[in-house]
Design a binder for this molecule. Structure first.
Ligand SMILES: *Cc1c(COP(=O)(O)O)cnc(C)c1O
Length: 511
């Protein structure tokens, strides 16, 4: 594999106008957020040509991960990355081994001649965040060694539902780490909540926050920059790090599956190597779709990225009008992991397309006024690559029902938002005939109540009954990790006000 030359890649904050501080990928992963409030980005991107794609096609998933990641995380060794990827994407975590002798954590389902689904939810928590969060703790552990850091990392997570559980599973009982998760008390599904409050592990803590996801995320960002909390942690030999998709260590593993899906589409003769594809991604914090953008900018033949939103359509409006305006009503939907008004990773796109000076201005306007308008030039660049669509609750339910009835494919509400948006895109762009990859981000059983109601039109008695009825109705089986939740011990029943988050962290650090 090493016949491909590797350029060293440094990382810089999206708000570092003079590029004063260039750091290694390990340092970026150790830090999470930059001290100036920006996010870390590679200064340059690697390029993958057809020769590399052809070679990648012959590898199994962990090998592909090591090969792709090595080009972004250039201070990690290929063998090191391979052993991490093998452990992270093992068959016992992600299901049976494939023909190439590794687990295939991202199987494709071909629904029609034009639409292929990539299922990203075969990991321990049945949502796509496992793809990143099974690998990221290993990247962080190694980063502590590489950067000579002393003490341990205290991971703080604000979650709209799926990240929290996936991070807890990824970090539980990992050496030199502690993890605390905040979730919006009324903003997650019953199953998501049960998964989190019953979490096992000695180094974990979970708290509900009286507010929505943005309250929780804003609270976490504030704590990161609160000198009093930092000092309290230092006294315990701890420093902050983040597992949210603001951390590059979370984003990088997500780039891999776009390469992998592309190679699989070629192997299955859906496309020929070199053909351009479009991708539809159900989007919240703009992490998953941004990873696809990075893959495209690194040479993967991707033309259009369809950004699919639910009723919280701040990104749809941004892509269509060039104005990001968070001053709007917040809706709780049946696709809760996309109920977000501040999509943090969008800052990385602004940086990539317009540079740090413009980005810093937009971010300042966002934090001071809650709104910014991008330049016409940037707006054009955004629209060249992205199409923005949204599906309201009725459209989402209709997509679940229709996909099941017409294609015999059971999808969760987040994936259904993608299907609904993809149909809109097709209606508005009848001339576009490229193959579409649709990203499926959660098991339908993780949101069994909503899925059951959408298909039958009946109210679900509760999530667990709905899962059983859904299984009987469709002849599909719930993933084993989602069964038996209700009989587990509740370890973290507490709900706190956003103002108490800092205190909770200090208490947890002292334990
Ligand atoms: C997190 C999540 C999303 C949104 O992904 P982003 O990277 O935040 O855009 C979509 N669907 C599900 C099921 C998720 O858990």
């Amino acid at each position: 594999m090493s016949r491909f030359y590797i350029d060293e890649i440094k990382y810089v904050s999206t708000r570092d106008i003079e590029k004063k501080e260039l750091i290694s990928s390990a340092e970026a992963i150790r830090r999470g957020l930059a001290p100036d409030g920006g996010l870390y980005m590679p200064v340059s991107l690697p390029h993958f040509g057809i020769a590399e794609l052809s070679m990648l096609s012959k590898l199994n998933y962990p090998e592909r991960a090591a090969f792709v990641l090595r080009r972004y995380l250039t201070d990690y060794g290929e063998d090191e990355l391979l052993s991490m990827a093998k452990a992270a994407y093992s068959a016992d975590k992600f299901g049976p081994a494939d023909k190439k002798g590794g687990a295939n954590p991202t199987p494709l389902r071909r629904l029609s001649s034009r639409n292929t689904v990539m299922e990203l939810w075969h990991g321990p928590t049945s949502a796509f965040k496992d793809m990143a969060l099974q690998l990221m703790p290993r990247l962080l552990s190694a980063a502590l060694e590489k950067t000579g850091a002393e003490g341990g990392a205290c991971i703080l997570v604000a979650t709209s539902g799926d990240t929290g559980k996936a991070a807890l599973e990824g970090y539980k009982d990992v050496d030199r780490t502690k993890i605390m998760v905040f979730y919006p008390a009324e903003g997650v599904s019953a199953v998501q909540k049960l998964q989190m409050i019953t979490q096992e592990g000695e180094n974990v803590c979970v708290a509900g926050v009286d507010g929505n996801f943005d309250d929780a995320q804003t609270g976490v960002k504030r704590i990161f920059r609160d000198p009093a909390v930092t000092k309290a942690l230092e006294e315990k030999g701890l420093f902050f790090s983040s597992a949210n998709s603001i951390n590059w260590g979370r984003l990088a593993p997500q780039i891999v599956y776009y390469f992998s899906a592309y190679c699989d589409m070629a192997s299955e003769n859906i496309i020929k190597l070199g053909d351009e594809i479009d991708i539809t991604v159900p989007t919240g914090n703009f992490g998953n779709i941004f990873a696809a953008y990075i893959a495209a900018e690194s040479g993967l033949p991707i033309r259009k990225l369809i950004c699919a939103s639910n009723t919280n359509k701040v990104l749809t409006d941004f892509i269509n009008d060039g104005v990001y305006d968070r001053r709007r009503e917040f809706y709780t939907t049946i696709s809760p992991s996309m109920d977000i008004l501040i999509s943090s990773n969008l800052e990385r796109l602004l940086y990539s397309m317009s540079g740090p000076a413009e980005t810093a201005e937009y971010m300042k306007a966002l934090s001071e006024e809650g709104v910014y308008k991008i330049s016409p030039k940037l707006h054009k660049a955004v629209q060249r690559r992205f199409a923005g669509h949204f599906a309201d609750e009725d459209a989402c339910r209709a997509a679940i029902k229709e996909t099941y009835e017409k294609k015999h494919y059971l999808c969760d509400p987040h994936t259904a938002v993608a299907f609904a948006c993809l149909e809109q895109y097709r209606r508005e762009n009848p001339g576009e005939t490229r193959k579409m990859l649709v990203v499926s981000t959660a098991s339908p059983y993780k949101f069994a109540g909503s899925v059951f109601e959408a298909i039958t039109g009946d109210m679900a008695k509760d999530e667990l009954t709905a899962a059983a009825e859904l299984s009987a109705l469709t002849g599909t089986k719930p993933p084993k990790q989602l069964t038996g939740l209700e009989s587990r011990e509740v370890r973290f029943p507490g709900v706190i006000s956003p103002d108490d988050m800092a205190n909770e962290v200090i208490k947890f650090a002292g334990r």
